[in-house]
Design a protein. Structure first.
Length: 290
């Protein structure tokens, strides 16, 4: 009886040991599986957190382009007000638009890299996909905004170029008109004078004796056949005096006596034009010295 009980106890002990071994192996496998799941979960959480952070950075970048970028605000205000851009400001606007385009392109590349990373890591969360879809939509809107700004700047630059050409043309016209008016004024204001004694002026054919009786009391008169090389030009709007290198002189041309006066000036004489408009009605001034 005692032997039988001992055998039974031995069998029970072996069974218990076997059961304990099986339970130990199951527990070990369960623990390993749990640890693996926990590690995978932590990795997923990390990837999710990284994705959220990347999305937040991209959103901040897009938000700065939308409302925080002073260059965009400046361009928008100028273009909405239809202000005329100068060539310098127009180039600055185009440079800023190029920077915006480059920023948008970098954002698109970051979104593509994020999508590729999530695909490789096997993270498939509907919320993340919606965020990425929204990011793509926002990028598209920014591209449309920048394209609109670029188009309007190009249009304004075209207008500015036309205005610059028009202003230049007007300036050329005004300059030509002013030159014509100045030439006309100078032409009207200029007289030509010659000074010389009777013998010299007669020999040059500038004056001749006329009138009188039997050769007596003849008066010197301009012949009208003038050698222009002997005359000196004077702009009476600028100069109203003519210096005569002689103590005695008289005017033999037909200028109105009320438009000038002769006055002594040391060893010479000075002709002072007192009424330029009247005086220059006769273009050639002939002065005879004695």
């Amino acid at each position: 009886m005692n032997r039988t009980a001992g055998v039974i106890l031995a069998i029970v002990a072996v069974a218990l040991l076997a059961t304990t071994g099986v339970l130990y192996q199951k527990n070990k496998s369960t623990t390993a599986a749990y640890n693996e799941v926990k590690t995978s979960e932590q990795q997923s959480e990390t990837r999710y957190s990284d994705a959220i952070n990347a999305i937040a950075e991209i959103q901040d970048s897009l938000q700065s382009i939308a409302v925080g970028d002073s260059g965009v605000r400046m361009l928008s205000n100028e273009l909405q007000g239809e202000q005329r851009l100068s060539p310098q400001h127009g180039q600055e606007a185009l440079d800023r638009i190029s920077e915006l385009k480059a920023g948008i392109q970098r954002t698109k590349e970051r979104i593509a890299a994020l999508e590729q990373h999530l695909h490789k890591s096997g993270v498939k969360i509907a919320g993340l996909q919606r965020m990425i879809t929204n990011l793509k939509q926002t990028v598209s809107e920014r591209e449309e905004m920048v394209a609109s700004l670029s188009t309007r700047v190009d249009s304004l630059q075209t207008q500015v170029t036309g205005l610059v050409a028009e202003v230049q043309s007007n300036q050329d016209t005004i300059r030509a008109r002013d030159e014509t008016l100045e030439m006309r004024r100078k032409e009207l204001g200029t007289i030509y004078y010659v000074v010389g004694d009777t013998k010299t002026l007669k020999k040059a054919g500038i004056v001749q004796a006329e009138g009188g009786v039997l050769g007596i009391n003849k008066a010197l008169k301009p012949t009208g056949n003038f050698n222009e090389a002997m005359f000196t030009a004077v702009d009476t709007d600028v100069q109203t005096t003519v210096e005569i290198p002689a103590k005695k002189a008289h005017v033999v041309s037909a200028q109105s006596p009320t438009s000038y006066r002769l006055q002594a000036n040391g060893n010479s004489t000075e002709l002072v034009i007192t009424d330029p408009t009247e005086f220059r009605k006769i273009k050639h001034l002939v002065i005879v010295t004695s």
